[in-house]
Structure formats: C-alpha cells, structure tokens
Design a protein around this ligand. Sequence first.
Ligand code: 5RP
Length: 231
Amino acid sequence: MTSTPTVPTQDELKAQVGLAALAHVPADAVIGVGTGSTVNHFIDALARQRVALRGAVSSSVASTERMRAHGIPVLDANDVDSVAVYIDGADEIDAQGFMIKGGGAALTREKIVASLSDCFICIADESKLVQTLGAFPLPVEVVPMATRRIARRFAERGGQARVRLRDGQPLVTDNGQHILDVTGLRITDPLAFELEVSQWPGVVTVGVFARQKARIGLLGTAAGVRTLRFG
Ligand code: 5RP
C-alpha cells in the first residue's frame, strides 16, 4: 500500500530552517538573534541541541525572554564589537537578498543587531521569496507625532499607510514608538528607497533591509532546505 506524501505546514517549514541554521553557528561565538516565529524555532533548536555559545545579542524583548527561559546568555549590544552571524526571519526576500522585515514590530533593533554582523542569515519558508518587494505591507517605525506627515509622504508615492493597532490602540514598540504599515508600494530599488525614507523626519526605521541585506538565505521547502547565497 502506498501512502500519499503529506505537504509540510508553513510552521514545519519554519522549524526546518530554524534547525538548519544551527550549522551556521560557529562554536563558542557571540551571535545576533532576530525575532518572530521562525526565529523562535531557531532559539528552541539552539537550546535543544545544547549549542555552546558565548552569548547572543537579542533584537527584541520577546526573543530575550525566550532565550533567557532556555538559559541562553543574552548580551547587551553595547558590550560587543560585532556578532559572528545574525540569524533572523523576513516577511519578504528577493533574489538579491534584499528584504522587508518588521512584521513582528522589532525592525529597529533587528537592523541594529544586523549591523553588528557581516553575515545576515535569513531563515524563512519559501513563500517569503518574491520578485519585487512591496506586496507585504511595509512596516515603518515612527515617532508618533510624525505619523500624519509620514503617511502623507507615502501617499505621494502611491502608498496607503495605516497605524498598526493592538487591542484597538496603536501598538507601542519595544522602543516606545508606533508602527505604520504601508500598502500599495512596489520597491524596485530597495537601496535608494531605504536611503530616502530613512531621512524623513520622524522615521525611526524603515523595514526595507537593503544595506543590511541577507548574505545567505535558508528557505524551507517541501523538498528540503534550499540555500541561496547573495553577493
Ligand atoms: C519581526 C520580523 C520577522 O523576522 C518577520 O516578521 C518574519 O516573521 P515570522 O518568522 O514570524 O514569519 O521582521 O519584526
């Protein structure tokens, strides 16, 4: 009797790449750790496999709490010069390794920790691979008093910006700011877009990761982990 192969769920694909990322963690290193459901699988795999680490620099309160619960030492970003690798998920990634991030509202600290490493390893299920960034609503962390002005600037570019809510109130990030989610954009030049939007007064961080792009992508697929290397 032959059995029909089961299609892995998105969460199983995330677990697959969370585990695969362990092969990219050097022994006794200080690493950077991102935020989100895919990274949660990575953190759990680190703990399960008892990977020896000097410590981890965390990109969010949520990841810090999860690592501490597992006994993984969490270091302050100000106490390290660099991290060996930075491992994080993405909401979208293109064929150059440019990404949209911030679906979990942790984009500012993610960009800071990513900047401590030359090796961003993006772990994601294959649905995150896109041709052009922008179908996923672009997260932008903003100082609340600048929200309307920034929303108008996006409108001039054809985007519709909405304040992200939690329980009916503006979501407050780990940094005490708000998030705008911007739909209707097609980001054909991520480097130029990131540079421009980052300069608008009141923008704390734009969720385009072009300067801090991925060097390696580990994509979970039904056929196994697909590894992409970006220049
Ligand atoms: C959090 C992020 C996440 O990496 C991104 O939202 C992907 O999340 P998930 O792994 O849950 O799909 O940028 O700010």
